[in-house]
Design a protein around this ligand. Structure first.
Ligand SMILES: Cc1cc2nc3c(=O)[nH]c(=O)nc-3n(C[C@H](O)[C@H](O)[C@H](O)COP(=O)(O)OP(=O)(O)OC[C@H]3O[C@@H](n4cnc5c(N)ncnc54)[C@H](O)[C@@H]3O)c2cc1C
Length: 318
């Protein structure tokens, strides 16, 4: 029996609350991920405003329908079996200036393009380091988006937490709360959202007046850096780094040392320029990607004694 059948009574109630015409059934998820991989969601709802996002989260919780909140899908691998339940696609794209240096962005705002362009144009720095990284505001807070400090040092890792002043969230109990930076307990590739099922509705960023030319230099340098090392998403869909950082060693270097750079399984490849990235060569399945992940993990463990842990989220049925 299709999983949507089992959900039907709850789906009827959900349709009433969110609007039947707004719920898409058997919605393909692959186009909504940067990997371009993954089966359908039983149901998909695109939240366009913060009220809609909060209402969808509350409705799913109250009706006990499993849900997944989807940003740009740049840090996940969706299983070929898709997702049983409701995928809430976050398209909340409001941007509001609170004063000269503080901006409040809806959690579905794309950092690259929308927010960076707007803040650089106003002469405000802090977000330009993350140019070229596909991310919504919510996804950035979830993972504490990071990148290397500008050249010539390129030594320090910069984190989005450095410019987050606070946020509005919906808690597990459905309460809407304003929280400050400390609430998120930010760490490397970590925020409290990994263990608390809050949903971020908006984030307030506090930025620094910075000469536009300095920011434009950073943007140019960072885009060139990415161009050299990272796959172009149009040619090689991917989810960025697959494995967590191993301090002082580098997961990619270990995989490379084992001779796996460029290795192909099915239609997925360990990227030939950067071994911590797996790319979709066209028509790859989640099974192809999982097989490459397992191959890298077992080979590196056997030959070099390091344990590779995945950084990306596994979503749905594999
Ligand atoms: C080519 C490429 C390069 C990359 N380079 C980098 C890099 O340099 N640095 C870096 O840090 N990352 C990098 N990444 C990874 C990715 O861009 C980030 O992790 C990004 O923040 C993911 O955002 P998203 O909106 O796509 O989140 P999604 O992948 O859609 O979701 C990721 C997780 O966040 C949760 N989530 C999303 N929105 C919310 C919300 N509003 N409230 C609560 N939870 C939420 C989701 O439920 C999910 O669990 C790269 C990815 C790619 C494809």
């Amino acid at each position: 029996m299709p999983a949507t059948k089992a959900l039907d009574p709850a789906v009827d109630a959900l349709s009433e609350r969110l609007g039947a015409d707004r719920l898409e059934r058997a919605a393909p998820l692959a186009p909504h991920t940067t990997f371009k991989i993954g089966g359908p969601a039983d149901l998909m709802y695109r939240a366009l405003t913060q009220d809609e996002l909060a209402a969808a989260v509350r409705a799913a919780r109250e009706l006990e329908i499993p849900f997944f909140l989807l940003g740009l899908g740049a840090n996940i691998l969706v299983g070929d079996g898709g997702f049983r339940g409701l995928v809430i696609k976050n398209d909340v794209d409001t941007i509001e200036w609170l004063d000269d240096t503080r901006v409040r962005a809806g959690s579905g705002v794309k950092i690259y393009h929308d927010l960076i362009q707007m803040t650089v144009a106003r002469g405000l720095g802090g977000l330009q380091h993350y140019v070229g990284i596909p991310s919504t505001v919510g996804g950035a807070v979830w993972q504490n988006l990071h990148f290397l400090s500008p050249p010539p040092e390129r030594e320090r890792t910069m984190f989005i937490e450095e410019v987050v002043e606070g946020a509005t969230i919906v808690t597990e109990e459905g309460e809407i709360r304003r929280v400050d930076n400390a609430y998120f307990e930010f760490g490397y590739d970590y925020s409290v959202l990994h263990v608390r099922p809050d949903v971020v509705l908006d984030v307030t960023f506090r930025l620094e007046p910075t000469p536009r030319e300095v920011m434009r230099d950073t943007i140019r340098e960072n885009l060139a850096w990415r161009d050299d090392r990272h796959p172009d998403l149009w040619l090689y869909p991917s989810a960025g780094s697959i494995f967590q950082k191993i301090e002082g060693v580098g997961a990619g270097r270990l995989i490379d040392q084992c001779g796996l750079k460029g290795h192909v399984l099915g239609s997925a490849q360990i990227f030939h320029k950067h071994a911590n990235i797996i790319v979709n060569l066209g028509g790859a399945t989640s099974a192809d990607v999982r097989a490459l992940i397992e191959l890298a993990q077992t080979t590196v463990q056997r030959e070099l004694g390091y344990e590779l842990k995945t950084e990306i989220g596994m979503v749905g049925e594999f």
